[in-house]
Design a protein. Structure first.
Length: 125
């Protein structure tokens, strides 16, 4: 078995996180998910009609389930790195940078919203 350094392991984690998010949530990959999804309307207690998108098949579920897609993206990146380390490293590097950036952006964005919220509360007093 190949030894993986701690930095490569962290990069694989970040790359897997970003690839999973790309598959499950990002608008740019919606065309991949769309054929495996169907829209269902459900009537709420208050009378409103809610439209939800649900998987048509197990493959659709795989594309919509964060945990499932995470396992498959980890397998894809991990095995790719073990079999083709030089080629896979390019993708791992790009996805890990994007994954780290998205985690930082989420943290910063949440804290900016908290500051705005508390500023509004203070101004109302």
């Amino acid at each position: 078995m190949r030894d993986i350094s701690w930095i490569t392991y962290i990069m694989l984690i970040l790359a897997s996180y970003r690839l999973t998010y790309l598959i499950v949530f990002d608008k740019i990959t919606e065309f991949i998910r769309k054929p495996f999804m169907k829209k269902v309307q459900k009537k709420k207690e208050n009378g409103e009609i809610e439209t939800k998108e649900i998987p048509k098949s197990m493959f659709g579920y795989l594309l919509k389930c964060y945990w499932c897609a995470g396992v498959w993206s980890a397998i894809f990146l991990g095995v790719g790195y073990l079999l083709f380390p030089n080629a896979a490293f390019v993708f791992i590097l790009i996805f890990s940078i994007a994954g780290g950036q998205s985690i930082i952006e989420t943290f910063v964005g949440v804290n900016i919203k908290k500051v705005d919220y508390y500023s509004e509360l203070k101004n109302k007093e």
